[in-house]
Unconditional design. Structure first.
Length: 284
C-alpha cells in the first residue's frame, strides 16, 4: 500500500525481484505476495500517512526505503540538481507519481531519510479534497495505471452537528489472485528460510490521521486521532514459524475476508476486517 510511488520503484527493480522470487516454490508465494509484495510493490519498507482536515483537505506523507545497496544503485541512476543529495527518486519522478494520486494533488517537498541498513526518500503532498484521492495498492505494468488494480477510494460527508464521516473503501480482492484454489501444502524449514532471506526486512504501513478528535470508528486499530488502515511486518509475521506455517498450509484465500480471518492473532499484521472503514471525527 505504498501506492503509486512504490510502483515506480517496483518498475525499476522488478527484474531483480522476480529472479529472487523464483527461488521460492509458487504455492508458498501467495501469502507473501498478498501481504507484502503486491502492497509494497518493490519497496522494502514504506509508510504512508494521510492527514485529513475538517474541511476534507489534507496532506500526505510517504516514506519509501530500500536497502543500502539498492539505494546506491537507484540513486546513481537518478538525475540530481546541483546542491542536492542523490535520492532514490528525483523530484520530477515524485511530482509525476503524485499526479497519479488524484486530482489537484500538489508535491510539496522531498528529503533523504535513513535508518540502519536502509535509505530512501520522504515525499510530502497536499490536496484539496480527500474524495478525489485514489491510492493504488498494486503496481502498474508497462502500460501504466490503466492495467493496475482497483484503488482505495474515499468519501467525505460533513454534517451540521459538527461531526464529519470519512469512509475509506478498500478493494475486496487486493491480491488480484486467481479464483482457482491452490493446494494446501506445508512449507519445509528450508522453504521458510528461503522466504526469510528474500523478504526479510519488508515492512509497510498506511495510517490516516484526522484534524479533529475521533468520535467513532469501525476500525479496531485506533489510537487517538490515528487509524491504522494496514500494517504488515514480514519479520514479525515469520517470527512465529508454527503459526506462519499453519496459515500457509491452508492454501490461497478466496478473498480479503478469509485472509483477515486466518491472520487474526498473527504478529506483525493489522488488516481491517471490513472493506469500508468509517471514521466519524469532530469538525468543531
Amino acid at each position: 500500500m505504498s501506492f503509486s510511488l512504490c510502483s515506480s520503484l517496483f518498475m525499476r527493480s522488478r527484474n531483480t525481484a522476480a529472479s529472487r522470487r523464483n527461488c521460492v516454490p509458487r504455492h508458498l508465494l501467495w501469502p507473501v505476495i498478498a501481504l507484502l509484495t503486491v502492497f509494497a510493490s518493490g519497496c522494502l519498507q514504506s509508510e504512508a500517512t494521510l492527514r485529513v482536515n475538517k474541511d476534507g483537505s489534507g496532506t500526505m506523507e510517504m516514506d519509501l526505503l530500500v536497502n543500502e545497496g539498492m539505494a546506491a544503485m537507484m540513486a546513481a541512476g537518478t538525475p540530481v540538481e546541483e546542491g542536492q543529495e542523490p535520492l532514490i527518486m528525483s523530484d520530477a519522478e515524485l511530482i509525476a507519481r503524485g499526479a497519479q494520486l488524484g486530482e489537484n494533488v500538489r508535491f510539496v517537498s522531498s528529503e533523504k531519510i535513513a535508518k540502519p541498513g536502509y535509505e530512501g526518500v520522504r515525499a510530502r503532498y497536499e490536496f484539496d479534497d480527500i474524495r478525489k484521492i485514489q491510492l493504488q495498492m498494486s503496481p502498474a505494468g508497462d502500460g501504466g495505471q490503466a492495467d493496475a488494480g482497483a484503488p482505495i477510494t474515499f468519501d467525505f460527508a460533513p454534517s451540521g452537528n459538527g461531526v464529519a464521516r470519512l469512509s475509506i473503501h478498500i478493494p475486496s480482492d487486493p491480491t488480484q489472485q486467481s479464483s482457482t484454489e491452490s493446494p494446501s501444502t506445508k512449507p519445509t524449514a528450508e522453504e521458510i528460510e528461503q522466504m526469510r532471506a528474500i523478504f526479510g526486512g519488508m515492512r509497510i504501513s498506511a495510517k490516516l490521521e484526522t484534524e479533529g478528535a475521533i468520535v467513532e470508528t469501525n476500525s479496531p486499530y485506533q489510537e487517538g486521532t490515528t487509524v491504522t488502515l494496514l500494517e504488515m511486518d514480514f519479520d514479525q509475521l515469520i517470527s512465529d514459524v508454527d503459526k506462519f506455517t499453519e496459515v500457509v498450509s491452508m492454501g490461497q484465500p478466496k478473498d480479503l475476508a478469509e485472509l483477515t480471518e486466518r491472520l487474526r492473532g498473527v504478529p506483525g499484521i493489522k488488516i481491517n476486517p471490513t472493506d469500508t472503514v468509517t471514521i466519524d471525527f469532530s469538525t468543531k
